[in-house]
Design a protein around this ligand. Sequence first.
Ligand code: HEM
Length: 446
Amino acid sequence: MLDFAIFAVTFFMMLVGAVIYLMPSSRKATSVPGLDPTTKEDGNLSDIGRAGSLHEFLLDLHGRFGDIASFWMGRQLVISIASPELFKQHQNNLKHVVTQSSTLCYTVFMFIGNINTICIQVADNLVKTLENKVKEEHLSLNQYMIAYAFKTVMNSLYGDAMDDEKDIIAMRGHYDIMWSEMEKRIADPTVPEDGSPRAISLNLALKEMRKIVQNIIDFRKKNGKKSEDYLLIDRIVEHMKTEDGIFSEILTFLIGGFHTAGNLLTWAVYFLATHEEVEKKLLKEIKNVLGDDDISADNYDQLKYTKQIIDETMRCAVVAPWAARYQDFDSELGGHKIPKKTPVIHALGVSLQDERQWPQPKIFDPERFNEENIKKRPHLAFSPFGFAGRRVCPGRKFAYLESAICLVSLFRRFKFHLVEGQVVQPVFGLVTHSEDDIWVTVSKRK
Ligand code: HEM
């Protein structure tokens, strides 16, 4: 066992600002080029606010100072890295580190055998819903895609214990409050005062969420579980020692799995609706590989172009713009000393938009991910799920599978048309979403 520990601060759970703001001042000089604090108290927080988001701030920071750059969040020095070479170095630095919290989620998703069936069921229901909407005008793409992602994660976690639509809607409401609180704290890390409307609403959401989760755990315990019906929640309950541990593990999965995949799918359908030649190639692949069959373990790996679309969507839309680590040992990056307790941001989105690896990075082109082009790039240039240590995204296989099932189910039956006159603007929060809903109409394929 190593005698140091690391906090892997996941991009959505970390509440970077809040943690950093409360930490003691660390004004140690660094040789890493970067910004001086604009004010003593806030560091460069106001610059981040002016940039619009941490991702946009990092794009500018790295444009000015290079692949490794420093800035100040409150009184805390922060280092950001944005190249495959530096990613590799940090990966090596963290190779032998034991994470402080559970490593359960790293492996657990690989054990769930029935995800395929669950996603196909949810996708079939979505197709049925959309069949009744063909005549309607303006459907919110975000709403349908996010609902699909929510249901697939919920059903995979909880199975039939979460069948009640009322519970799902309630859970979604509580979750939305928590998510919006996290997004607010990235922009302004001040923790809302006890008794303030924000604090009351957050505490209530947490309490209600906890009740629902407890009911599910009780249901699973009471009804037992068969091996073919082994769910993520069963594994979490078996492995976590405390109720708090169970609850936070479940929340992490919900948070990790739902906005990411929902927005990924929203952007994918948007790109497909606006790139007819890509849509044609997708339809050809569906016909050649699947015919009228569902996706299964036998044919999934042959859906190469579908996977290219998913990869290019994650890159072009920058679905998850950054991750971070906060390590309690000294290290070195890019020839610079990184003192312990210095947060290191992985500017995944900056790297995904880097012209050196991705010429004309704003253009959506799945051919960037054909076999020949993949070979030309350093492996870590494409790291949309993180890259360092044991806490890279454990849901990545799940994300590809649920996305492929959704895209295949929808596109073989419908054509999506973007409602004219919209300006689609990305907002780079914890996850990149569109500023306003993206409105589409659907028509049935012959
Ligand atoms: C669209 C796809 C997704 C993207 C782009 C994405 C991206 C990421 C990234 C960047 C991280 C942080 C990694 C790091 O700190 O190094 C992460 C963590 C995580 N993701 Fe994903 N993710 C996606 C889908 C999912 C899904 C579908 C699930 C689960 C169903 C999931 C569950 C998690 C969890 C639980 C963590 C935290 C891991 C930990 O801290 O140990 N993600 N994800």
